[in-house]
Design a binder for this molecule. Structure first.
Ligand SMILES: Nc1ncnc2c1ncn2[C@@H]1O[C@H](COP(=O)(O)OP(=O)(O)OP(=O)(O)O)[C@@H](O)[C@H]1O
Ligand SMILES: [Mg+2]
Length: 245
């Protein structure tokens, strides 16, 4: 599609310069021509058309990114593991969650801080890892929704909701992924049960209590890694995942 917009831009420039050429070559006081030029607001078209085409170009670029992310996110896992770029997995998940992280009437956009280290590709089931990122990030956003209750837009703006993601190599043969939020955190008794099947503090219909249990199973059983959770009530939560390279 983008391939069509550039030529369209050139064609429209050509047409505009043809009009200029004709107006110079055949200067006319013909009132009908002058009126038509006014009626169509030629000057406006001259300025607006390239901008319009440029914004179409940007739109196409955005659609391209989203569709690429959906394809990355929804990778069908085969029987065997494949090498995967973890950062692409996290980015595609964040893009899919964009409707929840962008600004709304209650709060500004969630601040997303990516501290991506120089890590190698990981042998894994990509679709499953993306599921883990999705479950953790969705919980962080849920935690913000709760922590923001009763706060004004301005209050949240001075102390913004922030998700920070760090990736690094540890002990030479493992990659570490940390996902941290400054939401409301958890009570110790919640934290202790976080990986239990069916454990939730959310209302019926809002949470099933499966997100972290599934994440735990995917990381430990399917990938031979570890996942731990640290949380302080009123301060925030941090998940640490380690995966063998
Ligand atoms: N980042 C977080 N901040 C605060 N509490 C959290 C966070 N992540 C998880 N929790 C707590 O852990 C509980 C279990 O999380 P889990 O994702 O397994 O289930 P859920 O979010 O309640 O439901 P769902 O199955 O829809 O994910 C949550 O109900 C919540 O109390
Ligand atoms: Mg959840």
């Amino acid at each position: 599609m983008e391939g069509n917009i550039r030529p369209a831009k050139n064609d429209s420039q050509d047409l505009l310069s043809l009009i200029d050429f004709l107006l110079i070559k055949f200067p006319s006081n013909d009132s009908q021509i002058q009126e038509k030029i006014k009626e169509l607001d030629l000057e406006f078209i001259r300025e607006d058309l390239p901008q319009l085409l440029e914004s179409m170009n940007l739109g196409v670029e955005r659609i391209r990114n989203i569709s690429k992310s959906i394809r990355t996110f929804a990778r069908q896992d085969r029987e065997y593991k494949t090498v995967f770029n973890i950062h692409e997995g996290i980015d595609s998940t964040l893009l899919i969650l964009k409707h929840r992280t962008k600004a709304n009437q209650q709060r500004p956009a969630i601040d997303l801080v990516r501290n991506y280290g120089d890590i190698p590709q990981v042998e894994c089931f990509p679709g499953q890892l993306n599921q883990v990122f999705m479950n953790i990030l969705a919980n962080a956003i849920d935690a913000f929704d709760e922590a923001n209750e009763g706060k004004t837009y301005a209050e949240i703006e001075t102390n913004p909701n922030r998700i920070q993601i760090n990736t690094s190599i540890i002990e030479e043969n493992q990659v570490q992924i940390q996902i941290e939020d400054n939401g409301g955190g958890m009570k110790p008794e919640t934290k202790d049960r976080i990986f239990e099947y069916g454990f939730t503090t959310k209302d019926v219909g809002k949470g099933t209590g499966l997100g972290m249990a599934i994440a735990h199973q995917i990381i430990t059983e399917k990938h031979g890694g570890t996942i731990t959770c640290d949380s302080t009530l009123g301060k925030g939560t941090i998940f640490t995942i380690a995966l063998p390279i």
